[in-house]
Structure formats: structure tokens, C-alpha cells
Design a protein around this ligand. Structure first.
Ligand SMILES: Cc1cc2nc3c(=O)[nH]c(=O)nc-3n(C[C@H](O)[C@H](O)[C@H](O)COP(=O)(O)OP(=O)(O)OC[C@H]3O[C@@H](n4cnc5c(N)ncnc54)[C@H](O)[C@@H]3O)c2cc1C
Length: 725
């Protein structure tokens, strides 16, 4: 029997910049066994800024210039931690992450690009936006275009920073407004000389373009304050601006100063092998790296060219090999877009401009992004030539086994197996067959107890543990009980002891945070090594009288406190088919604390949490126990971001068929109705609430930030679900 390869080394990528993105792609095609690769980036996508001007001008869609880090990490077999790094403790070999426990490394690499210090300019944070991170800029830009189109603001723009990037973006914004019929008034403000890094001829050509477009250029004057409708200059002048963009003040992040790494003006000094000069366990690449052996301007082309050296040298560091030396090119072809589909080229003394050059730039940029938008297919390992009957059908006829509650055993086989069980009856145990938790008499009330464990769908242990803890608490909340205690049950893939410790640190930090917030104490557990990561908790709670499945009444409203769809989103993510933003949004929703929601539902007549059996399965559990029928309004059911589109595209969790088969409901097929069978992980609470109070309860739930809704009504009749017209 093939033993899974144990993990023996932790490699941590700080930032999902250009160099790391290319190394991840290479790693996906040629990984080194035994390595746990972690990527930490505050965003689920990383921008390819070469296409940013084209996007702003309206030539590209946002997705064209975004590298989906969730997909790329899945492809590389790496784990993505969506968070910001704020420090490195090199003695302890721990990367410090905002709002989470440290992450241990054997080898780390920094590719975080550069940031801008304009946020320290008075009024900048309130009234302006930086060109990076991309998300903020593009969101604000789309809002501005709508405001101009609606006549809410004047098409007045000020750009702080007259470098190549600033001029490219100002031409792009001017073009976008022009093509929408606006008369833009645009000004570039440069504290020193504009376009300092370009040859004279190219510089003059670009200045002519600005002039021809009627774009103002102010040089040698700084900005002292940004206001909502103008910017104030150091010479006392003012520039009208309803949209102020910062493309200057490029600088490295402050936290690097506390790492003890040798820096050059804040940039990390590296040698030819891209190792930092101070620490052979740490590499740096891209804009944040200062190439001590051959200093170069900050441009993506260098990050791209460093990638193969970074890949090889990290492998060498992990295998005792010899690192390779990177010698950067002296100059590079700058293709500067000019707003419309024209570009200007500049390299050494060569230059030219026109539509042909824009097409060249477009080809180069699209070719680069195809590397990430068309990742090679991840082929499942082939089956051995001889297998038992049924194996091929199960492997080739069914989607791969999902994680989370998608890996639950379906209700059918579970029910059949439990049906025959002769459980001892005890006076101090309240029989609640099929309910979310068992209830044991305790004083003048009850202790409810439930256990849940989840097959991991992300190796971000902290995130997975948060979701698993919330998932386990769901049963306690559903009984209307106050959480009391928790026991952990953890299986780790085989790894060396230092990594076991680091992994448990991440898991238990998250679990402690979630259970403490719920008022429960972690009182013990069991941890072992196994084939894969599984995290579970057995939880107890206290209540005077448990809210069971059997208390619902005809006329009650069905209140759902959270969206469904995690099954298809997680299934699609496993197959590299989900949009990274939808996945991260689903993780956040599954990690949401349901305590405040439960506190607003103490008057519920019946309640459950929506998990593995899907909304239909858990509702049928309530209808069966309460002997009622339900009328559901599909349109009212809140869905997770991207879930309906994935369902429409035919994505199904591996538990979908089992859920559908075990219910035999006669519901019309549609993406929305199919999601009723979608297994949920750490799903919302489903409560039967007095119809007269339901509206008020939903209002309060929404005020707490839950996407809650009345999704249907209970009525007399045999347990069944029908859809409202
Ligand atoms: C408008 C514009 C146009 C450009 N055009 C070109 C061009 O045509 N050709 C060219 O060569 N260059 C161009 N550049 C320059 C190019 O964008 C940069 O040189 C390039 O992006 C640098 O890549 P990088 O890998 O260093 O970092 P980036 O691409 O900036 O990526 C850094 C990543 O790190 C993440 N990150 C940041 N801080 C942290 C943190 N604390 N913790 C964790 N993650 C973090 C970010 O979220 C981001 O994903 C352009 C720049 C701009 C602004």
C-alpha cells in the first residue's frame, strides 16, 4: 500500500506578486514532494498591472488582468492564506500575519511589490485612492464613471505622480471619459520632473500626447492636501478634482524595517541568487527586492524574469542543491499605452508609436495572463489496470469526494444503518431521534451534546478550524442552548513534529477564539496522524428546554439566517472551476458566528442548522418530526456569491445525488431548486417562527449583518415540500 509522502519542509510565499505567481505555476507542474507551500496575500486575486491602463480605458474586463490566487494555489497544491503579513520573526522562523497566529517557515520568500505613502497625505485616505491595490481603484473608478454619467459629479480628475504609470493611467481615464461623451478636465501633478526614467524623445512624445488630449501637467509642485472636490498644491494653487488618484510615493512597507533584514532605502537587499543578504532562509523578488549586484528600476518584467531562478533556488535550498545566479537585462521594452488602442515603445534609443504597438502589447499581456487563465488540466492519477467491479463507475462516473460536509455519509445509508440499532433507553436522556443534538437531563434543565468533524477543503488550518468550530456549534445553537464545552478531534497528514506543532498552533488558536466567543471552554481532545487533515469537535451546551425539530406549527414562517451554496462553491473550487472571490466569500460566510442569530431565535418553535443533508434534507427532518408540510419560495432563499451560476453550469457536490435520492421529493429541476440538495458546511439556522413575529425577527437578523429571509411557510399536511408559484 503506497504510503502518502510525509511533509518535512514549510515554504511560505509572502505576497502573490508576479514572481511568486509564476513560481506557483511551475510548482504545480513540477512540485517537490514533502513540501507544504503556503501563500499569504490579502486578496484572493493578484493584479497584472501591465493591463491596468487597458482596463481603465475600457479595453479589458477586470477578470482579464486578475490572477486568481485560489485557483493557482489549488493547481500548485499550495494553501492560500488570505491575510496581510505584518512582520517576520527570523529567530523563531515565524511569519507574523494580521489578525491570525504566526505561520512557521523553513524557507520564506517575499514578493509584496511596493506600496504608496500617499495615504499619509492629509485628506488622501478620505478623498483619494491609490493605483494599487487594484481592487480599491477599480471599484472607485467604476463608481466615478457612473456618477459622471448620472451628472452627480463633474468629470474632473487629478493624478498625483507623473511617472510612466501615472501618465498611462491618466491617458486611460481621459479616454474612458471621452468615449462616454464627457468633457474630462484632467491634471497630472508631479513634485519633480515628469517621466524621469524615459529617453528624451520618448518623454517629449508622451508630453505631446498629454497636450494633444488637453491634459494639464504641473511639475515641480507638490500636493499638500486632498479635498473632496479639489487638491491643494504647495504653491497655494488648487486643482479641481472629483476623482483623485495617487500613483506616486512608491515605497516599501514599513514592517520590513523590523525584520532585521539588510535593506536599501527600505527595499530588501538580495544577491544574484535572490537570497536576502542577511538570511539564507529568506528570498525576495519583484519590486520589493533591491538587486545589489545589478540595481534596476521597479518594473514587472524583472519580477517575471526572476521567477525561474527563484523556483530553482528554492528547490536547491530544500534539497541541498546549487543555486543559480540571475543577471537582469540592462533595459527592457517599455510599451506604454496611450489611452485608445495605441501604444508607444521605448527601449534604449529605439522608439515608435501607433496601433501596431498596442496590438503587440495586447498580445504580450494576453499571452502572460493565459498562463494563469488556462492552467494545464490537473489530471487525476490513473487507476491501476485491474480494479474490482464498480471502481471505475465510482471514480469516473462521480465527482471527486468533496471536503467539508460534502464528505458526509448520505442520509439513506446512515438512516438504514441506524434504523436497526437497539440503543439503551435511559431516564436521564431525552429521546430526540434525528435531531441536531442529544439531550441529557442536567439539573433542572438539559445538557445537549453533538459531534461533528470535517474533511478539510482548505489547508489554511486556521480558516478550516474556524469553520469546523462554527459548524459544530451550529447544532448547539439549533437546540437553543448556550455552548458549554468542546473536545477537539484532529487528524493531521503525516508531517515532521515541528510542523505538527505549528499546524496545531494554527488550529487551536482558531478553535479557542471561536469557542471562547461562544462561551464554551475547550476541555480536551484527541490528535492523531493520518492520510489527510480532518478537524472536528464534540460540543456540549446547556438549556432549560431544548428547541427540537418537533415543535413547529402550521402557519409558522420558515426563517433562514444565512445563504446556501457552499457545497457547489467548494466542489467547484476543488476542481479549479470556482472564482477565487466567491470561494473566499464562502469561507467568510461559513466562518460567521451564529451566536447572535441564535439569540434572536430563542422563541422559535422548532429549529435546525442547515448542513450536510442540504436545506431540503434538514427541512424534511423538521417536517417529519413536526408532521407538517412546507411551501418554499425559491426566490426568497439567499444564495452564496457565485452559487447559482455554478449550479447552472452543472457543478454538483459529491453528496448532491445522495441527498436528492434520500428525499424523493417531486420538485421541478432548476439551478435554484437543485441547490436545495446542496450540502452546506457551517450553514445558517433554519427556524420555524410564529408568522406574526417573523418579519421583525428577520429585520433584527439583517441588522446584525445576516442575509436572513423568510423562505417559506408551514402548513397542515403530510411531510413534503412544494414550491410557491
Ligand atoms: C499602471 C501600471 C502599469 C504598469 N505597467 C507595467 C508594464 O507595462 N511593464 C512592466 O514591466 N511593469 C509595469 N508596471 C510595474 C509593475 O506593475 C510592477 O513592477 C510589478 O507589479 C511588480 O510586481 P511584484 O511581483 O513585485 O508585485 P505586485 O505585482 O505588486 O504584487 C504584490 C502582491 O503582494 C501582495 N501583498 C502586498 N503586501 C502584502 C503583505 N503585507 N502581505 C501579503 N501580501 C502582500 C499584494 O496583494 C500583491 O498581490 C506597471 C505598474 C503600474 C502601476
Amino acid at each position: 500500500m503506497q504510503r502518502p509522502i510525509p511533509l518535512t519542509r514549510d515554504v511560505v510565499f509572502i505576497g502573490g506578486g508576479h514572481a511568486h505567481a509564476l513560481v506557483l505555476r511551475r510548482w504545480g507542474m513540477k512540485p517537490l514532494a514533502g513540501v507544504r507551500l503556503t501563500v499569504i496575500d490579502p486578496n484572493p486575486t493578484a493584479p497584472y498591472s501591465g493591463m491596468l491602463p487597458g482596463y481603465i480605458a475600457g479595453h479589458y474586463r477586470q477578470a482579464d488582468l486578475e490572477i486568481d490566487l485560489v485557483k493557482l494555489c489549488r493547481f500548485a497544491g499550495a494553501r492560500l492564506v488570505v491575510a496581510r503579513v505584518v512582520g517576520i520573526d527570523r529567530d523563531a522562523r515565524r511569519v507574523q500575519v494580521e489578525g491570525r497566529p504566526d505561520i512557521f517557515y523553513d524557507i520564506a520568500s517575499i514578493d509584496i511589490g511596493i506600496t504608496s505613502d500617499l495615504p499619509s497625505l492629509p485628506g488622501f485616505a478620505e478623498h483619494a485612492v491609490g493605483a494599487k491595490p487594484l481592487g480599491d481603484y477599480t471599484r472607485r473608478w467604476r463608481g466615478f464613471l457612473d456618477d459622471v454619467a448620472a451628472g452627480r459629479v463633474a468629470p474632473e480628475i487629478a493624478v498625483i505622480g507623473g511617472g510612466v504609470a501615472g501618465v498611462e493611467l491618466v491617458l486611460a481615464m481621459h479616454h474612458a471619459l471621452k468615449t462616454r461623451g464627457a468633457q474630462p478636465q484632467v491634471t497630472v501633478i508631479e513634485a519633480r520632473r515628469a517621466l524621469p526614467d524615459l529617453g528624451d524623445k520618448t518623454r517629449r512624445a508622451l508630453l505631446r500626447r498629454l497636450e494633444k488630449a488637453g491634459i494639464g501637467l504641473i511639475e515641480g509642485v507638490g500636493v499638500v492636501e486632498v479635498c473632496a472636490d479639489r487638491v491643494l498644491l504647495s504653491d497655494g494653487a488648487e486643482v479641481a478634482s472629483a476623482f483623485t488618484l495617487g500613483v506616486a510615493g512608491a515605497r516599501p512597507q514599513e514592517w520590513l524595517r523590523d525584520t532585521g533584514l539588510d535593506l536599501h532605502e527600505g527595499f530588501v537587499k538580495v544577491g544574484p541568487t535572490l537570497h536576502t543578504l542577511t538570511d539564507t532562509r529568506i528570498f525576495a523578488a519583484g519590486d520589493i527586492a533591491h538587486l545589489t549586484h545589478a540595481p534596476r528600476p521597479k518594473a514587472g518584467v524583472y519580477a517575471v524574469r526572476e521567477a525561474p531562478f527563484l523556483y530553482d533556488n528554492i528547490l536547491a535550498a530544500l534539497t541541498g542543491g546549487k543555486p543559480r545566479k540571475y543577471r537582469p537585462q540592462k533595459d527592457y521594452l517599455k510599451l506604454i499605452s496611450l489611452g485608445g488602442r495605441e501604444a508607444l515603445a521605448d527601449k534604449f534609443t529605439m522608439r515608435g508609436e501607433g496601433a501596431g504597438l498596442w496590438r503587440l502589447k495586447d498580445r504580450i499581456d494576453r499571452k502572460f495572463m493565459r498562463k494563469f487563465h488556462e492552467l494545464p488540466e490537473m489530471k487525476a492519477p490513473a487507476l491501476p489496470p485491474a480494479v474490482a467491479d464498480g471502481v471505475r463507475e465510482m471514480v469516473e462516473g462521480h465527482p471527486p469526494l468533496c471536503g467539508g460536509c460534502g464528505a458526509k455519509v448520505a442520509a439513506g445509508p446512515l438512516r438504514e444503518s441506524l434504523a436497526g440499532l437497539k440503543v439503551l433507553e435511559r431516564d436521564d436522556i431525552k429521546p430526540l431521534p434525528g435531531d441536531d443534538a442529544a439531550a441529557v437531563k442536567c439539573g433542572d434543565g438539559f445538557q445537549v451534546i453533538s459531534t461533528d468533524h470535517l474533511r478539510a477543503f482548505t489547508a489554511d488550518h486556521w480558516q478550516m478550524a474556524r469553520i469546523a468550530a462554527n459548524h459544530a456549534l451550529g447544532d448547539i445553537w439549533a437546540m437553543g442552548a448556550r455552548p458549554q464545552s468542546a473536545l477537539a478531534s484532529i487528524t493531521l497528514p503525516e508531517m515532521r513534529p515541528t510542523m505538527q506543532r505549528a499546524t496545531l498552533d494554527e488550529i487551536m488558536a482558531a478553535a479557542t477564539e471561536v469557542f471562547s466567543a461562544a462561551g464554551a471552554a475547550i476541555i480536551g481532545g484527541h490528535t492523531m496522524l493520518g492520510a489527510e487533515l480532518v478537524i472536528g469537535f464534540t460540543v456540549t451546551g446547556l438549556c432549560k428546554r431544548p428547541i427540537t425539530l418537533a415543535g413547529a406549527r402550521a402557519g409558522d414562517a420558515l426563517v433562514l439566517t444565512g445563504p446556501i451554496g457552499s457545497g457547489v462553491v467548494l466542489a467547484a473550487e476543488m476542481r479549479g472551476q470556482a472564482d477565487g472571490r466567491d470561494v473566499v466569500s464562502a469561507w467568510r460566510e461559513m466562518g460567521r458566528d451564529k451566536g447572535p442569530a441564535a439569540a434572536l431565535l430563542t422563541q422559535a418553535h422548532a429549529m435546525t442548522d442547515v448542513t450536510g443533508f442540504g436545506l431540503a434534507g434538514h427541512l424534511m427532518g423538521m417536517l417529519g418530526a413536526s408532521k407538517l408540510a412546507a411551501r418554499l419560495d425559491l426566490a426568497m432563499i439567499p444564495l452564496m456569491q457565485g452559487a447559482e451560476a455554478l449550479a447552472a453550469a452543472g457543478v454538483r457536490s459529491s453528496l448532491y445525488q445522495g441527498n436528492r435520492a434520500s428525499l424523493a421529493l417531486d420538485l421541478p429541476e432548476s439551478p435554484r431548486s437543485d441547490l436545495l440538495y446542496d450540502p452546506q458546511t457551517a450553514g445558517g439556522l433554519l427556524a420555524a417562527v410564529d408568522g406574526r413575529q417573523a418579519g421583525g425577527v428577520v429585520e433584527k437578523l439583517r441588522a446584525e449583518g445576516y442575509s436572513a429571509a423568510i423562505i417559506g411557510w408551514l402548513e397542515e399536511g403530510a411531510p413534503s415540500i412544494r414550491l410557491a408559484d
